[in-house]
Design a protein around this ligand. Sequence first.
Ligand code: ADP
Length: 270
Amino acid sequence: HDGRSIAVMLRTYGEGAMLLLSQDVSERERNDAMRRDFVANVSHEIRTPLAALSGFVESLTTLRLDGAERDRVLELMRQQSMRMQALVDDLLTLARLEGSPRPSPDTWFSLDELIGLVISEVVGLSAGRHQLHWPGPTGLELAGIESEMHSALTNLLSNAVRYTAERGQIALGVEQLPDGGVALHVTDTGSGIAAEHLPRLTERFYRVDGSRSRATGGTGLGLSIVKHVCQRHGGELRVESEVGVGSVFSLVWPALRVRGGAEPAQLMLG
Ligand code: ADP
């Protein structure tokens, strides 16, 4: 990767050290490349709506538009600025998630209250276009940062709404796992995702269908936010999907951060 550094190490430290350094250099190069990609992606994502906005301002100042045309241009301008706003919000969320320490394991919040809040938001997003299914009260409490969990769950449910056609089904399910953890399953009967894309879904700005994502207000950052939230709490994000059938995104919360609810034995009996 870096012939010069390796040659110096060969002379100074011998072969073992050379291997160590070459690993170090390749890791650094990978990080540098990722950073460059990220900056290029962010610039591109901001540039597109910005160029559209400048074009609209130009139209408004140079063309003699009648009232209806003017309103249409203003509406398009509103959409583009919302797109930039969503992108900046998600970038700030990611930066905060990456820069802050692991959430305390003894700050508890009610899962039922969180679900109640998320439901009201998703009902608004779906606006009657889907059949929505929710769990009954669970009595569970989770430890962590409620606003982060709220953002993770909202991201998964809004994806389900955005990638599921009208009259499709969207369900939120809560499963108590045998090890004491909890899985929140967001299931949809939407477009589904081909297997080759699954490993890359949580990469920043990775999109299976870029135009659909953008047309529905996607930033390409939602799933990387969800993954970060899970990892920071010691949990994980799992995905199963089949094209044309739908997807299940599961947010797994570790046993250490779960209390209350039914005992696993009771669940099995029930
Ligand atoms: P976006 O803002 O583009 O939705 P995400 O990070 O949330 O970004 O998701 C990454 C990509 O994964 C999306 O662009 C979409 O192609 C795919 N995806 C996410 N959720 C779903 C889903 N429920 N059904 C189908 N595809 C999905």
